[in-house]
Unconditional design. Structure first.
Length: 157
């Protein structure tokens, strides 16, 4: 049975995606050795910076992790003085995390490295290819976002 052009293209996209992920993982491993931070720790640090001050529960929901997994990752980041922890004044059981100056410095180093890698890729694309890549990425991201239309319908009743 012969494959259609669409099937062949989809297969090539899957293969290319796997290859890109492998290359990106290699870049990350090199950077990880230099900066001594795991990918999970970086993701948590990045999320804290973007949401701060943020509770363990909020982070767990955002990162699709359990609160105990967030707690374990946060413990390591706190020991390295990359984040700080504050208790809620109204409810001492609730704790909020914030990125420290040292953590912000590390994030800037990581982002600089990532930007350099991406810039080298982007430099090889013309404006039309970049615009197309952006449109495709946005379309794929929309497919992964939860459908809130049912939730919105229930609220409006």
């Amino acid at each position: 049975m012969t494959k259609s052009a669409r099937e062949t293209t989809i297969e090539a996209i899957f293969e290319n995606t796997t290859t890109m992920k492998r290359f990106m993982a290699g870049h990350w491993q090199t950077m990880q050795r230099d900066l001594a931070i795991s990918h999970s720790q970086f993701e948590l640090l990045f999320a804290i910076r973007n949401m701060q001050p943020v509770s363990f529960k909020q982070l767990a929901q955002q990162l699709y992790l359990t609160p105990s997994a967030v707690s374990q990752l946060a413990e390591t980041l706190e020991q390295r003085e990359l984040i700080s922890r504050q208790s809620d004044a109204a409810d001492r059981r609730v704790q909020y995390l914030e990125v420290s100056k040292k953590g912000n410095k590390l994030l800037k180093e990581i982002e600089k490295h990532r930007r350099n890698v991406m810039q080298s890729i982007m430099d090889d694309l013309n404006d039309e290819e970049l615009a197309l890549w952006l449109r495709v990425q946005e379309k794929v991201i929309r497919q992964f976002q939860p459908d809130t239309s049912e939730h919105t319908k229930k609220e409006s009743k």
